[in-house]
Design a protein around this ligand. Structure first.
Ligand SMILES: [Zn+2]
Length: 120
C-alpha cells in the first residue's frame, strides 16, 4: 500500500477503533483525533483538559506551560473541592488568577491590577 490513508485511529485510552472519515496524514494524528472524539470516560476527560488548557493559556498568554499546568491542576482540585472556591494565585506582579466553583464548573477570572502613576 503506497498511498496509505490514515482515516482510522485508535483511542489511546480504551483502544476503540474509530473511523474518522478523513485522512489525518499520519497514524499519530489519526490516533489523536480518535482519542479526541472517543466517548469513553478517559477520552472525554482528555478532551475537557485540552479545552481547559486552551482557555487558560488564552487567558494568561504570558505564562509558561508549567504554570498553565499548575493552574489546570488547581482547577481540578477546586472542582473536586480539595481547595476552596475563592482561591487565587498571583501569577505575575500585577496579575492574579481567581478560581470559583459554580454549579460544578470552575470559573477562572484574570484579575489585573492596573496602576497608572506619573511624576509631574
Ligand atoms: Zn476511548
Amino acid at each position: 500500500m503506497d498511498n496509505k490513508v490514515f482515516d482510522k485511529g485508535q483511542c489511546i485510552y480504551c483502544g476503540q477503533q474509530r473511523i474518522l472519515g478523513q485522512d489525518m496524514g499520519s497514524q499519530d494524528a489519526a490516533n489523536k483525533e480518535a482519542t479526541m472524539t472517543c466517548n469513553c470516560e478517559a477520552g472525554r476527560k482528555a478532551r475537557r483538559q485540552a479545552k481547559e488548557c486552551q482557555i487558560i493559556s488564552g487567558m494568561f498568554p504570558e505564562l509558561p506551560e508549567v504554570t498553565v499546568d499548575f493552574l489546570l491542576q488547581m482547577a481540578d482540585m477546586i472542582r473536586e473541592e480539595q481547595l476552596y472556591s475563592g482561591t487565587s494565585v498571583k501569577v505575575a506582579p500585577n496579575v492574579t488568577a481567581k478560581f470559583k466553583l459554580k454549579d460544578g464548573s470552575v470559573v477562572v477570572t484574570r484579575s489585573e491590577k492596573m496602576e497608572h502613576q506619573s511624576s509631574i
